[in-house]
Design a protein around this ligand. Structure first.
Ligand code: GLN
Length: 187
């Protein structure tokens, strides 16, 4: 199984370290050629506006959409990665998303960097007390019927899956947490 991490920008090294701790070697994806043969792709946190710009410029946006529709690619997006995967983004300067999971996200909905926080969340059918960090996170304001909400925090969905797309509005990878990555690798 070939695992790739979108590595234009953001916390891709932290994801690489989590995969490494699970004994998984990953490759950094920056071009359409890099994506060839990758079956599992992680889109890290960072700035969704910046990630969207690079996806468009490299044409990786269309390549990723095509591969997901052909069911030859699974994706795990954390925070900005979740924003990029959403059907709809609200909030200021919302970038164009890939529209691969039927959720609406409101960018920076918790407030500024100062409103970032850590939490432990229970993930349905997976684990209790999964340690995560919410860093200028979005809030999911709508989840469609085909979206399976796997965890909530204070009433908001924070981990969700639709077929081969998994998203978390928070970061497990900055807390040394591996269980969501293990779940993704088995998807
Ligand atoms: N606030 C960022 C955005 O909207 C996401 C932050 C993150 O990935 N931790 O793109």
């Amino acid at each position: 199984m070939k695992v790739g991490i979108l590595a234009f920008h953001g916390d891709f090294s932290e994801h690489k370290a989590v995969l490494g701790s699970l004994g998984i070697t990953s490759i950094e994806v920056r071009t359409v050629d890099d994506l060839a043969g990758v079956q599992k792709l992680i889109i890290p946190g960072g700035e969704s506006t910046v990630i969207a710009k690079f996806l468009r410029e490299t044409k990786l946006d269309r390549a990723i959409i095509k591969r997901v529709r052909r069911k030859t690619l699974s994706i795990f997006g954390t925070c900005a990665g979740a924003i990029i995967l959403a059907r709809k983004i609200t909030g200021r300067n919302a970038p164009k998303s890939l529209g691969l999971i039927d959720i609406t996200v409101d960018r920076n909905a918790y407030g500024s960097q100062l409103q970032s926080f850590e939490a432990s969340i229970d993930v349905k059918d997976l684990a209790k007390s999964v340690d995560v960090a919410f860093i200028r996170a979005p809030i999911i304001t709508r989840a469609g019927r085909r979206t399976n909400v796997l965890a909530t925090h204070k009433g908001h969905p924070v981990v969700a899956r639709q077929k081969n797309i998994l998203i978390a509005t928070c970061h497990p990878e900055v807390r040394g947490e591996t269980r969501l990555h293990e779940y993704f690798l088995k998807m």
